[in-house]
Design a protein around this ligand. Structure first.
Ligand code: HEM
Length: 483
């Protein structure tokens, strides 16, 4: 019996090694499998994807295939060629990999999901007139939270870590705006959700990579349960309002999704709508606090805006300095992978005429953080924060950048691009602008140590949207005038 088991085991092992022993054909991109069978480069990828992919780029050039935990991922790092991926929604698919992540992170399965109906719904609620309404609700929530935070003690400075200050305020205000309209106990509820969400968020990258320890699995299980039950309290009742959340849930019900999965889907939406805005605001305010020249330029621009304060917020569009600061912040800190499943064998045509065969069943991945965003050929001294990088000398927005003598269509890509470009970007920009305007006009806020430098990034988060810091900036603040 024992011999039969051993022989069977060896047979399976040999078969596995043969099947996983792929070799490169001449027409394919350079293949780098790493030395560990099956796992390949998974550990390096997870530890610091930016460092790993930069090393691979130096070794192989701007297109190569790596093995990562049993999958073959072709990484493309030439922004002039990105359209070959972004414009191809026939052989390259966005939803399949998104569904894998949905299952891993949110224990959510939506088999009959119609992504285009959902997207149309989002566009309706996060753009145009609806966006104007959302902005004014958001503004009220931001001011309300800030007021209650500083109400008890208006005289003395309060000390805090900048990351938690920004994330907490924006998360809670965003949550109340999109999920909490019918709640009564706004502050307490939003704080409880934020607290649990941060625990969840801290383990998110490990969940996505299937690398949780047994103890972390237990924690994520219980935090998920906690969040699902907190969110089920805001599941709308009989009243049918024309809000995004009501319509989204109705859309799920129309697809036959049961109540349990609806609760889980709400956590997915909480993450999609709130997971990046707070961290982006942290980097932006951090860069301003550590760059007085940039701070003065933004304050000057905002001072001229407050003269037109009777206009609805999103009509205050003309803020080229703020826009440049935000673009520069996101250039340095937005680092999503843009991943697509290859549905059929494909020939990928690069901008310079090279052609590569891409295999069905593999994944394609763009990582715009390396290029264009941190590419020294496109952005001089790319590691430096330059608040006016996206401004022309006449103060208008700079949109002209080159690589290899060719004008770039994509010179920074925090929102993705093409068919799956972020639908929430206008709302996200408004939230960050409102947050900054509110903080700068209503608070006295300064660094505890005027010489502090920006913290390093948490390298394990490359690939998952806006980065988060390793460490923090200590600030103190107090209310400047009555809200
Ligand atoms: C700083 C904040 C944000 C950043 C940096 C960001 C970034 C991105 C990126 C890079 C993508 C494209 C993913 C891909 O092509 O694979 C994306 C997609 C998406 N984003 Fe955002 N996002 C932000 C905020 C928001 C907000 C506030 C919302 C909703 C209100 C939102 C909703 C979405 C949705 C629904 C998609 C999927 C689009 C599709 O299915 O085609 N995002 N986002």
């Amino acid at each position: 019996m024992i011999w039969t088991t051993l022989i069977l085991f060896h047979g399976v092992l040999v078969l596995f090694l043969i099947l996983s022993n792929r070799s490169r054909s001449k027409k394919e991109p350079p293949l780098d499998k790493g030395i560990i069978p099956w796992l390949g480069h998974a550990l390096d990828f997870g530890k610091d994807a930016s460092k790993f992919l930069t090393r691979m780029k130096l070794k192989h050039g701007d297109i190569f295939t790596v093995r990562v935990a049993g999958h073959y991922v072709t990484v493309l790092l030439d922004p002039n060629s990105y359209d070959a991926v972004l414009q191809d929604s026939i052989t390259l698919d966005f939803t399949r990999y998104a569904q894998v992540l949905m299952q891993r992170i949110f224990s959510l399965s939506l088999p009959n999901h119609n992504a285009s109906t959902e997207k149309a719904l989002m566009k309706r609620h996060f753009q145009g007139e609806s966006l104007t309404c959302l902005n004014s609700v958001m503004q009220g929530n931001l001011q309300g939270l800030l007021q209650s935070e500083t109400l008890q003690d208006r005289e003395n400075w309060k000390q805090a870590g900048l990351f938690n200050f920004c994330y907490s305020l924006l998360f809670r205000a965003g949550y109340l705006t999109l999920f909490g309209a019918e709640q009564t106990n706004h502050n307490r509820d939003s704080s409880a959700v934020y607290k649990e969400f941060r625990k969840f968020d801290s383990l998110l990258t490990k969940m996505a990579r299937n690398m949780l320890t047994p103890e972390e699995k237990r924690i994520t299980g219980s935090v998920r349960q906690q969040l699902w039950s907190l969110l089920s309290m805001v599941l709308p009742g009989g009243k049918t309002e024309d809000t995004w959340l009501q319509n989204y849930l109705q859309h799920l019900r129309d697809e036959g999704v049961d109540e349990e999965m609806q609760r889980r889907a709400m956590l997915l939406q909480l993450w999609a709508t709130q997971g990046n805005v707070g961290p982006a605001a942290f980097w932006l305010l951090g860069f301003l606090l550590t760059n007085p020249e940039a701070m003065n330029a933004v304050k000057k621009e905002f001072d001229s805006l407050s003269l037109q304060a009777d206009l609805p917020f999103d009509k205050l569009q003309n803020t080229p300095v703020f826009d440049s600061v935000l673009n520069e912040t996101l250039r340095l800190t937005a680092a999503p992978f843009i991943t697509r499943e290859v549905l059929r064998n494909k020939t990928l045509c690069m901008a310079d005429g090279r052609e590569y065969a891409i295999r069905r069943g593999d994944r394609m991945c763009l990582f715009p953080y390396i290029s264009p965003q941190m590419d020294p050929e496109i952005h001089q001294e790319p590691e430096k924060f330059k608040y006016d990088r996206f401004l022309n000398s006449n103060g208008s927005e700079r949109r002209v950048f080159y690589k290899g003598g060719k004008r770039l269509k994509y010179y920074t890509m925090p929102w993705g691009a093409g068919k799956n470009e972020c639908v929430g970007r206008h709302f996200a920009i408004s939230c960050i602008k409102q947050f900054l305007l509110t903080v700068l006009t209503r608070l006295d806020l300064e660094l505890c140590d005027p010489h502090s430098a920006m913290p390093k990034v948490n390298a394990s988060r490359y690939g998952f949207g806006v980065l988060q810091p390793e460490g923090d900036l200590e600030i103190r603040y107090k209310l400047r005038c009555t809200l």
